[in-house]
Design a protein around this ligand. Structure first.
Ligand SMILES: Cc1cc2nc3c(=O)[nH]c(=O)nc-3n(C[C@H](O)[C@H](O)[C@H](O)COP(=O)(O)O)c2cc1C
Ligand SMILES: Nc1ncnc2c1ncn2[C@@H]1O[C@H](COP(=O)(O)OP(=O)(O)OP(=O)(O)O)[C@@H](O)[C@H]1O
Length: 315
């Protein structure tokens, strides 16, 4: 897959000179709704014997339209992850457009002329609720008017599960409730974050449960506070673990949130390692204990629950 980063206005030489089917959207999470759009676009490209291209943006359009602080927006997928998922779905060319004010100010006709026709699209594929151009004044119903016969418009029907749209918004809400099973089901894969192991308060070892304190990539969406069964990848190997997202309320006050992972059957110094954490199952909420023994007993229970959870998953 070729990744082409575009800053508006682009040069015609930046664009490969072959016809494409072009899938349109932001695609945060590349969830099962997005996968459907890409699959339909891929089929269409194969049928026509041309390449599949997809257009996404370097950050969410709300950074420009709603003037949301860039750092406050949290994503389900990093650009790197999006690239990997897109490549696995058969995308040949991924356009990552810098969503700037200049780009956002294009009229719908300019957008269509420069970014659909200009990218040599013979067909544009998007979901039923796709909108483009300033103030969302253009949608799938109006797209053919702007296309003026230069490309076909293929609309993908809403993909739902139990009458709920498979959408990034719904997945975010499930994660905010700690419901990883539902979020993972909608995503079509297990949600993961990436980070680096940093130093904590060194208390975990005293409790009999040393923890890797994971400092996540700044823009990753973190599931709700609580204790989870996870898998963690260290130096190319996946281990089972139990993780707490929380504030260590038993010991501390007004401390920032941390992500701590006790890796089962593991005893290595891994400070500074880059790790990936996959979130499988919510075990319980964070609790405040009256004694260290109370917490230790609960951690034993968590360990047992985690082992049982993963044993059940293997069956
Ligand atoms: C699986 C797991 C569950 C935990 N649950 C709680 C909890 O419910 N309440 C709490 O105050 N701390 C909880 N902790 C955090 C411990 O209190 C302890 O402070 C921490 O693991 C050590 O942090 P450190 O590495 O910064 O020293 C939990 C830790 C883990 C790994
Ligand atoms: N469940 C779905 N069924 C069909 N098409 C979808 C579905 N979800 C998204 N799409 C389409 O996929 C493309 C990318 O969607 P977009 O990035 O807007 O994601 P979304 O998941 O709908 O996000 P949000 O929840 O933030 O509205 C768009 O063309 C959109 O219409």
């Amino acid at each position: 897959m070729k990744v082409i980063k575009i800053h508006h206005p682009y040069y015609a030489d930046d664009i490969p000179n072959n016809d494409v089917v072009l899938a349109l959207g932001f695609f945060d999470g590349v969830h099962r709704g997005h996968q459907e759009v890409i699959k339909i676009a891929k089929k269409e490209a194969d049928r026509r014997g041309i390449k599949l291209a997809l257009m996404t943006f370097n950050h969410h359009p709300s950074v420009v339209f709603q003037k949301v602080d860039m750092m406050s927006i949290k994503y389900l997928t990093t650009v790197r992850e999006k690239e990997e998922l897109m490549a696995s779905l058969g995308v040949d060319i991924l356009y990552v457009i810098e969503f700037t004010s200049a780009f956002a100010n294009l009229s719908p006709q300019e957008f269509v002329d420069e970014y659909i026709v200009g990218l040599h699209a013979k067909a544009a594929v998007a979901g039923f609720d796709y909108t483009y151009g300033k103030a969302d004044i253009a949608n799938m119903q109006t797209l053919p008017n702007f296309a003026k016969g230069r490309f076909d418009v293929i609309e993908v029907k809403e993909k739902t599960e139990d009458h709920l749209k498979i959408s990034s918004t719904n997945i975010r809400e499930m994660m905010a409730n700690g419901d990883m099973e539902a979020a993972n089901h909608f995503l079509g894969y297990i949600y993961q974050i990436h980070g680096t192991v940093v130093h904590g308060d060194k208390r975990g070892r005293l409790l009999g449960y040393p923890t890797a304190n994971v400092k996540p990539t700044i823009q990753s969406l973190i599931p709700n506070v609580g204790v989870y069964a996870v898998k963690i990848k260290v130096a190319d190997h996946w281990y089972d673990g139990m993780a707490q997202i929380g504030y260590n309320i038993t010991f501390e006050k007004n401390r920032p949130m941390t992500i701590e992972v006790n890796i089962l059957d593991f005893d290595q110094d891994i400070y500074g390692e880059k790790v990936d954490v996959k979130w499988y199952h919510f075990l319980r909420s964070e609790m405040k204990f009256d004694s260290m023994d109370g917490l230790i007993n609960q951690l034993r229970q968590d360990e047992q629950d985690t082992r049982e959870f993963f044993k059940g998953l293997e069956k």
